[in-house]
Design a protein around this ligand. Structure first.
Ligand SMILES: [Zn+2]
Length: 170
């Protein structure tokens, strides 16, 4: 028996804009429970398998110390036109980019404050930035390499998390 905290527990604890109870009620996909959290260097995201209107974004901390998560809520449908994800800058066919909204951390969040962003509806930004060849359905940020796109995705996601959690500049 391992005495270390399970990945499942660590992921729920990393989600910084929910109560403990809310985090406990999320359903984590199997691949998330299998993650090695100490080795995550991509921005990872998923829809709750049992509540697809809910989503989680898991972001490596800028200082290299683990991951931080934010819970998000989706609206009814994706953007009807072709649109670009604000995090990974992949342009998708109509319906694939959605407005996801995060409750802000702390007192602001308890007062109902939210931060929204238009992102890949499947939150698979880390996969989309690795696509080498643009297609009508999916076009990565033009003129960039996979490594550049991965690094830029991490930075934008870290800034988004900072805005949600009101961490200020950093
Ligand atoms: Zn994306």
């Amino acid at each position: 028996m391992s005495t270390t905290t399970s990945t499942d527990t660590r992921v729920r604890r990393a989600i910084a804009n929910t109560t403990r109870g809310e985090a406990a009620r999320l359903t984590l996909p199997a691949w998330v429970r299998d993650l090695d959290l100490d080795a995550v260097d991509d921005v990872l995201g998923w829809r709750d398998p049992k509540a697809p209107g809910r989503a989680v974004l898991l972001v490596p901390e800028a200082d290299g110390d683990g991951v931080v998560g934010v819970a998000l809520r989706a609206g009814d449908r994706g953007v009807r036109a072709s649109a670009m994800c604000a995090l990974c800058r992949t342009t998708h066919a109509p319906g694939r980019v959605e407005l996801l909204v995060a409750r802000r951390g702390g007192a602001a969040g308890r007062g109902g404050d939210t931060v929204g962003t238009y992102v890949c509806g499947d939150l698979a930004c880390a996969e989309h930035v690795r696509v080498e060849r643009a297609s009508a359905a999916l076009r990565p940020d033009p003129g960039t390499t996979v490594d550049e796109r991965r690094a830029a995705l991490r930075e934008r996601a870290q800034r988004f998390v900072a805005a949600v959690l009101d961490r200020g500049e950093g």
